[in-house]
Design a protein around this ligand. Sequence first.
Ligand code: KG4
Ligand code: ZN
Length: 334
Amino acid sequence: MKDIYILGIESSCDETSFSIVKNGVEEIATVISSQIDIHKLYGGVVPEIASRAHIRNITFVLEECLTKAHMTIDNIDAIAVTYGPGLIGSLLVGVECAKTLAFLYQKPLIPVHHISGHIYANNLEKRLNFPLIALVISGGHTELIYMDKDYSFKKIGATLDDAVGECYDKVGRVIGVEYPGGPVLDKLATLGKHTYNLPIPLNDGTYNFSFSGLKSAVINLANQEEKRGHKINQEDLAKSFQDVVIESLTTKTMKALKEYKVSNLILAGGVAANKGIRSKFQQVCEENNINYTFPSIKYSTDNAAMIASSGYYAYLLGRRADLTLNPTSSCELK
Ligand code: KG4
Ligand code: ZN
């Protein structure tokens, strides 16, 4: 079979990224331009600033990716782009770029759901094994997805309120660490002890999650300590918080694997970069004979390689968009 090269484009939040992936598994070149240093100044992503930065960067990132791959658009078989969910102004930049390239070079245009991209990030190092359960944990999502083949997504649980990454970032802000709080709390947790008593979120029999109560508990605790003139111990709070998050994620996920009789688990999304979460899953998966995969750090947070990988399987299934493709800030994974 002829090799298929997909050009992936990702611009749904604050990373402008292009990647070329061969046959869905082999990364040829990826370039990611992150805006974190700009948004740090504001304590979070500012949508208007994000779209403008995408516009400033996008052509240079494309050029750098092609140069790195020693390829031109003529070598590309199809263009895969994130069409949602995400920040609408940011998505528009990537989608418009993809449509322009598809039109100019007469290439097929493949619409890719951002979460499908996060799931297929695991495919870049090892072909996905079905049936599987994906635990998607990112800044905007916390979901359990069952898949018995490529592009068959069955959502079996989700957060009822905040996403886990959003909760990390908000807790980070409350205890005074810079944006994004997730990676900082992850590091602090390795130095701390579990000394603060926090509630295990939504400790019920369902596959759903809830993190807003936990976030409020941390805010209340920080306020009370301040009133008493006590200083929060950042390391201990990070450790106490992370332990509770891990307990919630592992309990629900292991229950789903058991009840669905599935022995393959993958982690997906930016929070999958968390060392504490990765290693706890490693331990419980070993104890329960579960094949466990997580993306390498560079593929955990937003990148276009995952979009190109997911786009390859969409391409094989004949999924195409035309030049009327419109991004959408929220859309179901299908
Ligand atoms: O997947 P992603 O890059 O963007 C979305 O699709 O949302 O995820 C970003 C999220 C942020 O909330 C960030 O704080 C979190 O992933 N994150 C982490 C870690 N690295 C990134 N959270 C916990 N521990 C980490 N090491
Ligand atoms: Zn993401």
